[in-house]
Design a protein around this ligand. Structure first.
Ligand code: ATP
Length: 239
């Protein structure tokens, strides 16, 4: 459904991504792993239209989105969970979720993909803090609301950047449980994550990035082999 074809990107004179190619199918969870600084966030920024690729092509559901603005990509059905969390800090959890739900409905995708009720059951913390302004929530709570918001947009593809970053272990565990529950809901999921063991638990397959390139592909069922191969883990993930 998402096809990334030899994408390169630079920050000024610095070449960061070098001919990155990968794909995400309509109903699979794909992990993008790599050490700190490998280029995962840069790739997510290119996918979100926040950084322009200097070469290469991206297609989504058969349509070339390479030159499209970020909001058009979102309109096509890609939802992003990024560092900045894309929430309105002064609005309550309820208001943030209502805005997302309205937008999801306006985009015209099938009704009932994720209802607010189901979302509040998946993220109890959103229900507990429903009437609180988002800016009063902890980082972990905001992360939950950010994922909840993305799901209410009824995406065909969910792209998450480092969902575990800075979160307490218990919250990380909850994020992974939620990812398990999202499987089989007709949505592709791409997760950039430094913690490979975490993502290996839930991803069907994956790509390993180092120095701005895809250096290894983990095929379906191959996570255990990858994780026990010290040579690969040391080489690409720094041990
Ligand atoms: P992390 O796990 O730390 O997020 P990452 O794999 O996401 O790592 P990126 O954040 O994409 O890696 O960084 C890739 C490279 O690009 C690094 O060398 C980083 O220093 C560099 N870089 C990132 N942002 C900028 C920027 N705004 N200007 C210049 N260089 C940058």
């Amino acid at each position: 459904m998402l096809q990334v074809d030899r994408i390169s990107a630079r920050y000024g004179p610095l070449s960061i991504l070098r001919e990155v190619s990968l794909g995400v199918g309509a109903d699979e969870v794909v992990g993008l792993v790599g050490a700190n600084g490998a280029g995962k966030t840069t790739l997510v920024r290119v996918l979100a239209g926040l950084l322009r690729a200097s070469a290469g092509k991206m297609t989504f559901a058969g349509r070339d989105i390479s030159a499209e603005a970020g909001h058009r990509r979102a309109g096509a059905g890609i939802a992003f969970v990024l560092d900045n969390r894309a929430l309105f800090g002064e609005l309550t959890v309820k208001e943030n979720l209502a805005l997302a739900e309205r937008r999801g409905r306006r985009l015209g995708r099938p009704d009932g993909m994720f209802s607010q009720d189901e979302i509040l059951e998946l993220f109890p913390v959103a229900a507990e803090r429903y009437h609180a302004p988002v800016q009063l929530l902890s980082g972990g709570q905001q992360q939950m609301v950010a994922i909840a918001r993305a799901l209410l947009l009824r995406p065909r593809l969910l792209v998450m950047d480092e969902p575990s970053a800075g979160l307490a272990p218990l919250i990380v565990k909850h994020v992974i449980e939620v990812l398990h529950r999202l499987k089989g809901r007709g949505m592709g999921i791409l997760v950039a994550e430094q913690n490979v063991r975490l993502i290996a638990d839930v991803a069907d397959r994956g790509y390993v990035m180092a120095l701005g390139r895809i250096v290894h592909e983990v095929k379906t069922g191959d996570w255990p082999d990858f994780l026990t191969d010290q040579r690969l883990v040391n080489a690409y993930l720094g041990g």
